[in-house]
Design a protein around this ligand. Structure first.
Ligand code: HSE
Length: 307
Protein backbone atom coordinates (compact mmCIF):
# COMPACT_ATOMS: atom_id res chain seq x y z
CA UNK A 1 0.00 0.00 0.00
CA UNK A 2 1.22 3.48 -0.89
CA UNK A 3 2.15 5.25 2.38
CA UNK A 4 3.70 8.65 3.01
CA UNK A 5 4.83 10.36 6.19
CA UNK A 6 4.72 14.07 6.79
CA UNK A 7 6.16 16.56 9.32
CA UNK A 8 3.69 19.34 10.21
CA UNK A 9 5.44 22.26 11.96
CA UNK A 10 4.24 24.44 14.80
CA UNK A 11 3.73 28.12 14.01
CA UNK A 12 3.51 31.49 15.75
CA UNK A 13 0.65 33.63 14.44
CA UNK A 14 0.14 37.40 14.74
CA UNK A 15 3.80 38.22 15.66
CA UNK A 16 2.53 41.09 17.84
CA UNK A 17 1.45 43.75 15.33
CA UNK A 18 -0.04 41.48 12.63
CA UNK A 19 -3.23 40.07 14.13
CA UNK A 20 -4.68 37.50 11.69
CA UNK A 21 -2.18 38.45 8.95
CA UNK A 22 1.37 37.57 10.08
CA UNK A 23 2.80 34.20 11.02
CA UNK A 24 6.07 32.32 11.21
CA UNK A 25 7.05 28.68 11.03
CA UNK A 26 9.07 26.91 13.74
CA UNK A 27 11.57 24.22 12.85
CA UNK A 28 12.02 22.24 16.03
CA UNK A 29 8.51 21.24 16.98
CA UNK A 30 5.59 19.72 15.11
CA UNK A 31 3.29 16.74 14.50
CA UNK A 32 3.81 13.63 12.41
CA UNK A 33 1.11 12.33 10.12
CA UNK A 34 0.98 9.26 7.87
CA UNK A 35 -1.30 8.85 4.85
CA UNK A 36 -2.50 5.79 2.96
CA UNK A 37 -4.66 5.64 -0.11
CA UNK A 38 -8.04 3.97 0.43
CA UNK A 39 -10.23 2.47 -2.30
CA UNK A 40 -13.37 3.73 -0.53
CA UNK A 41 -14.06 7.47 -0.88
CA UNK A 42 -13.85 9.64 2.25
CA UNK A 43 -11.46 9.99 5.17
CA UNK A 44 -10.66 7.59 7.99
CA UNK A 45 -8.73 8.94 10.97
CA UNK A 46 -6.54 6.84 13.25
CA UNK A 47 -4.64 8.30 16.14
CA UNK A 48 -1.59 6.64 17.55
CA UNK A 49 -0.08 9.23 19.91
CA UNK A 50 -0.95 12.40 21.84
CA UNK A 51 -4.13 13.93 23.22
CA UNK A 52 -7.27 12.17 21.95
CA UNK A 53 -9.06 14.00 19.16
CA UNK A 54 -12.36 13.11 17.47
CA UNK A 55 -11.92 10.40 14.83
CA UNK A 56 -15.12 11.45 13.05
CA UNK A 57 -13.59 13.29 10.04
CA UNK A 58 -16.34 15.92 10.16
CA UNK A 59 -15.35 16.80 13.74
CA UNK A 60 -11.59 16.74 13.20
CA UNK A 61 -9.64 19.61 11.60
CA UNK A 62 -7.46 17.17 9.63
CA UNK A 63 -10.62 15.38 8.47
CA UNK A 64 -12.27 18.59 7.26
CA UNK A 65 -9.12 19.77 5.43
CA UNK A 66 -8.63 16.34 3.81
CA UNK A 67 -12.29 16.10 2.74
CA UNK A 68 -12.12 19.61 1.30
CA UNK A 69 -9.04 18.74 -0.76
CA UNK A 70 -10.42 15.36 -1.94
CA UNK A 71 -13.47 17.25 -3.19
CA UNK A 72 -11.32 19.84 -4.94
CA UNK A 73 -9.32 17.05 -6.62
CA UNK A 74 -12.54 15.23 -7.61
CA UNK A 75 -11.03 12.09 -6.12
CA UNK A 76 -12.99 8.83 -6.33
CA UNK A 77 -10.62 7.35 -3.76
CA UNK A 78 -10.24 8.12 -0.09
CA UNK A 79 -7.47 8.34 2.51
CA UNK A 80 -6.55 6.89 5.86
CA UNK A 81 -4.77 9.41 8.10
CA UNK A 82 -2.71 8.38 11.10
CA UNK A 83 -1.97 11.27 13.46
CA UNK A 84 0.82 11.51 16.03
CA UNK A 85 -0.16 14.69 17.78
CA UNK A 86 2.80 16.32 19.50
CA UNK A 87 1.54 19.93 19.61
CA UNK A 88 -1.04 20.23 22.36
CA UNK A 89 -4.43 21.62 21.31
CA UNK A 90 -5.10 25.08 22.77
CA UNK A 91 -1.36 25.80 23.14
CA UNK A 92 -1.15 28.83 20.84
CA UNK A 93 1.48 27.37 18.52
CA UNK A 94 -0.82 26.30 15.75
CA UNK A 95 -1.92 22.84 16.82
CA UNK A 96 -5.03 22.84 14.64
CA UNK A 97 -3.13 24.48 11.78
CA UNK A 98 -0.48 21.73 11.85
CA UNK A 99 -3.23 19.11 11.51
CA UNK A 100 -5.07 21.03 8.80
CA UNK A 101 -1.94 21.90 6.80
CA UNK A 102 -0.61 18.36 7.23
CA UNK A 103 -3.86 16.85 5.98
CA UNK A 104 -4.05 19.07 2.90
CA UNK A 105 -0.36 18.48 2.13
CA UNK A 106 -0.58 14.70 2.67
CA UNK A 107 -3.66 14.20 0.49
CA UNK A 108 -2.09 16.30 -2.27
CA UNK A 109 1.14 14.26 -2.14
CA UNK A 110 -0.71 10.97 -2.13
CA UNK A 111 -2.44 11.90 -5.38
CA UNK A 112 0.65 13.07 -7.26
CA UNK A 113 1.01 16.64 -5.89
CA UNK A 114 -1.18 18.40 -8.49
CA UNK A 115 -1.38 21.55 -6.32
CA UNK A 116 1.35 23.86 -5.02
CA UNK A 117 1.69 24.46 -1.25
CA UNK A 118 0.09 27.90 -1.73
CA UNK A 119 -2.91 26.33 -3.46
CA UNK A 120 -3.45 24.10 -0.42
CA UNK A 121 -4.07 27.05 1.91
CA UNK A 122 -7.87 27.30 1.29
CA UNK A 123 -8.45 23.60 2.13
CA UNK A 124 -6.32 23.94 5.27
CA UNK A 125 -8.29 27.06 6.25
CA UNK A 126 -11.50 25.01 6.17
CA UNK A 127 -10.00 22.70 8.79
CA UNK A 128 -8.75 25.65 10.85
CA UNK A 129 -12.27 27.14 10.87
CA UNK A 130 -13.56 24.10 12.74
CA UNK A 131 -11.16 24.78 15.63
CA UNK A 132 -11.41 28.54 15.94
CA UNK A 133 -14.77 29.36 14.37
CA UNK A 134 -13.03 31.55 11.77
CA UNK A 135 -11.02 30.40 8.69
CA UNK A 136 -7.95 32.48 9.58
CA UNK A 137 -4.80 31.70 7.59
CA UNK A 138 -2.02 33.16 9.70
CA UNK A 139 -1.04 29.73 11.06
CA UNK A 140 -1.81 27.49 8.05
CA UNK A 141 0.07 29.76 5.61
CA UNK A 142 3.45 29.58 7.42
CA UNK A 143 2.77 25.91 8.27
CA UNK A 144 2.51 25.13 4.54
CA UNK A 145 5.02 27.61 3.10
CA UNK A 146 7.59 27.85 5.91
CA UNK A 147 9.33 31.14 6.77
CA UNK A 148 7.36 34.26 7.61
CA UNK A 149 4.11 34.93 5.76
CA UNK A 150 1.74 37.87 5.37
CA UNK A 151 -1.92 37.61 4.40
CA UNK A 152 -2.28 40.74 2.22
CA UNK A 153 -5.97 39.96 1.64
CA UNK A 154 -8.46 37.28 2.67
CA UNK A 155 -10.92 37.95 -0.16
CA UNK A 156 -9.48 37.30 -2.63
CA UNK A 157 -6.86 35.31 -0.74
CA UNK A 158 -3.37 36.70 -1.30
CA UNK A 159 -0.48 35.31 0.74
CA UNK A 160 3.08 36.63 0.55
CA UNK A 161 6.26 34.97 1.78
CA UNK A 162 8.49 37.55 3.45
CA UNK A 163 12.26 37.61 3.82
CA UNK A 164 13.65 36.05 7.01
CA UNK A 165 16.80 37.62 8.52
CA UNK A 166 19.34 34.84 8.93
CA UNK A 167 20.05 35.25 12.66
CA UNK A 168 16.42 35.36 13.72
CA UNK A 169 15.45 32.82 16.37
CA UNK A 170 12.30 32.30 18.39
CA UNK A 171 11.93 31.24 22.01
CA UNK A 172 8.43 30.05 22.80
CA UNK A 173 7.11 29.01 26.18
CA UNK A 174 3.92 27.06 26.58
CA UNK A 175 2.56 27.42 30.11
CA UNK A 176 0.36 24.34 30.27
CA UNK A 177 -2.98 26.06 30.61
CA UNK A 178 -5.43 25.36 27.78
CA UNK A 179 -6.81 28.45 26.07
CA UNK A 180 -9.12 27.73 23.15
CA UNK A 181 -8.75 30.08 20.19
CA UNK A 182 -12.53 30.50 20.03
CA UNK A 183 -12.53 31.71 23.68
CA UNK A 184 -9.53 33.99 23.13
CA UNK A 185 -11.36 35.50 20.14
CA UNK A 186 -14.54 36.04 22.11
CA UNK A 187 -12.83 38.68 24.31
CA UNK A 188 -11.91 40.85 21.31
CA UNK A 189 -13.80 44.08 20.65
CA UNK A 190 -14.94 44.54 17.07
CA UNK A 191 -14.04 48.25 16.95
CA UNK A 192 -10.69 49.86 17.69
CA UNK A 193 -9.75 53.49 18.35
CA UNK A 194 -8.12 55.27 15.41
CA UNK A 195 -4.99 56.27 17.36
CA UNK A 196 -4.27 52.61 18.21
CA UNK A 197 -4.82 51.54 14.60
CA UNK A 198 -2.34 54.21 13.47
CA UNK A 199 0.34 52.90 15.84
CA UNK A 200 -0.39 49.30 14.80
CA UNK A 201 -0.11 49.82 11.05
CA UNK A 202 3.03 51.92 11.56
CA UNK A 203 4.57 48.98 13.42
CA UNK A 204 3.38 46.40 10.89
CA UNK A 205 4.84 48.30 7.94
CA UNK A 206 8.11 48.88 9.80
CA UNK A 207 8.32 45.21 10.78
CA UNK A 208 8.12 44.15 7.13
CA UNK A 209 10.80 46.73 6.23
CA UNK A 210 12.98 45.46 9.11
CA UNK A 211 12.76 41.86 7.85
CA UNK A 212 13.96 42.85 4.38
CA UNK A 213 16.74 45.15 5.59
CA UNK A 214 17.69 42.73 8.41
CA UNK A 215 17.50 45.71 10.75
CA UNK A 216 17.13 43.96 14.12
CA UNK A 217 16.79 47.19 16.11
CA UNK A 218 13.89 48.34 13.92
CA UNK A 219 12.38 44.86 14.19
CA UNK A 220 12.50 45.20 17.98
CA UNK A 221 10.88 48.67 17.90
CA UNK A 222 8.08 47.28 15.71
CA UNK A 223 7.18 44.25 17.82
CA UNK A 224 4.30 45.86 19.73
CA UNK A 225 0.65 44.99 19.83
CA UNK A 226 -1.51 47.97 20.72
CA UNK A 227 -4.78 46.22 20.07
CA UNK A 228 -5.09 42.54 20.90
CA UNK A 229 -2.49 42.00 23.63
CA UNK A 230 -4.22 44.27 26.19
CA UNK A 231 -7.50 42.34 25.69
CA UNK A 232 -5.97 38.86 25.84
CA UNK A 233 -3.03 39.08 28.23
CA UNK A 234 -5.29 38.97 31.35
CA UNK A 235 -6.23 35.42 30.23
CA UNK A 236 -2.60 34.30 30.63
CA UNK A 237 -1.32 34.11 34.24
CA UNK A 238 2.28 35.37 34.53
CA UNK A 239 2.19 36.99 31.08
CA UNK A 240 3.66 40.41 32.02
CA UNK A 241 6.41 38.85 34.10
CA UNK A 242 7.38 36.34 31.42
CA UNK A 243 7.47 39.04 28.74
CA UNK A 244 9.62 41.25 30.97
CA UNK A 245 11.98 38.33 31.64
CA UNK A 246 12.38 37.76 27.89
CA UNK A 247 13.05 41.46 27.25
CA UNK A 248 15.62 41.61 30.08
CA UNK A 249 17.36 38.63 28.45
CA UNK A 250 17.95 40.68 25.32
CA UNK A 251 14.96 39.63 23.18
CA UNK A 252 14.06 42.02 20.37
CA UNK A 253 10.41 41.73 21.31
CA UNK A 254 7.94 39.40 22.94
CA UNK A 255 4.21 38.82 22.73
CA UNK A 256 1.34 36.35 22.77
CA UNK A 257 1.88 33.47 20.34
CA UNK A 258 -1.30 33.24 18.29
CA UNK A 259 -4.24 33.29 20.66
CA UNK A 260 -2.09 32.12 23.61
CA UNK A 261 -1.34 30.94 26.19
CA UNK A 262 2.12 30.41 24.63
CA UNK A 263 4.39 33.45 24.70
CA UNK A 264 7.07 34.03 22.07
CA UNK A 265 10.23 36.10 22.07
CA UNK A 266 12.07 36.94 18.85
CA UNK A 267 15.82 37.19 19.27
CA UNK A 268 18.98 37.84 17.31
CA UNK A 269 20.97 34.64 17.64
CA UNK A 270 20.31 31.28 19.22
CA UNK A 271 22.12 32.07 22.47
CA UNK A 272 19.87 35.01 23.26
CA UNK A 273 16.82 32.91 22.38
CA UNK A 274 17.98 30.16 24.75
CA UNK A 275 18.50 32.75 27.52
CA UNK A 276 15.05 34.24 26.94
CA UNK A 277 13.53 30.74 27.02
CA UNK A 278 15.25 29.93 30.33
CA UNK A 279 14.23 33.22 31.93
CA UNK A 280 10.58 32.81 30.86
CA UNK A 281 10.72 29.25 32.20
CA UNK A 282 12.01 30.50 35.57
CA UNK A 283 8.92 32.70 35.85
CA UNK A 284 6.52 29.80 35.32
CA UNK A 285 8.54 27.47 37.53
CA UNK A 286 8.27 30.06 40.32
CA UNK A 287 4.51 30.26 39.73
CA UNK A 288 4.28 26.46 39.86
CA UNK A 289 2.85 26.24 36.32
CA UNK A 290 4.10 23.28 34.26
CA UNK A 291 5.59 24.51 31.01
CA UNK A 292 7.47 23.58 27.87
CA UNK A 293 10.03 25.70 26.01
CA UNK A 294 10.91 25.59 22.31
CA UNK A 295 13.98 27.33 20.86
CA UNK A 296 13.94 27.40 17.10
CA UNK A 297 15.21 29.14 14.00
CA UNK A 298 12.52 30.27 11.59
CA UNK A 299 11.94 27.16 9.47
CA UNK A 300 12.83 27.55 5.79
CA UNK A 301 10.62 24.61 4.93
CA UNK A 302 6.95 24.26 5.85
CA UNK A 303 5.04 20.97 6.00
CA UNK A 304 7.18 18.35 4.23
CA UNK A 305 7.62 14.69 3.47
CA UNK A 306 9.79 12.69 5.82
CA UNK A 307 9.23 9.36 4.00
N1 HSE B 1 -4.85 35.05 14.51
C1 HSE B 1 -5.41 34.00 15.30
C2 HSE B 1 -5.86 34.60 16.63
C3 HSE B 1 -4.36 32.95 15.53
O1 HSE B 1 -5.05 35.31 17.22
O2 HSE B 1 -7.00 34.38 17.04
C4 HSE B 1 -4.83 31.80 16.37
O3 HSE B 1 -3.71 30.94 16.59
Amino acid sequence: MNKIEVFCPATVANISCGFDVLGLCLETTGDHMAFYEHSEPGVMILQNEGPMLPTDPYKNVAGIAALSLLKELNSKKGVVIEISKKIKPGSGIGSSAASAAGAAFGVNQLFGAPLSPKQLIPAAMQGEALASGVPHADNVAPALLGGITLIRSYDPLEVLSLHTPKDLFAAVIHPQIELRTADARSVLKSQIPMEKAIRQWGNLGALVAALYTEDYALLGRSLHDEIVEPMRSPLIPGYDEAKQAAMESGALGSGISGSGPSIFALCKGEETAARAGTQMQNVYNRLGVANEVHISPIAKQGTHLIK
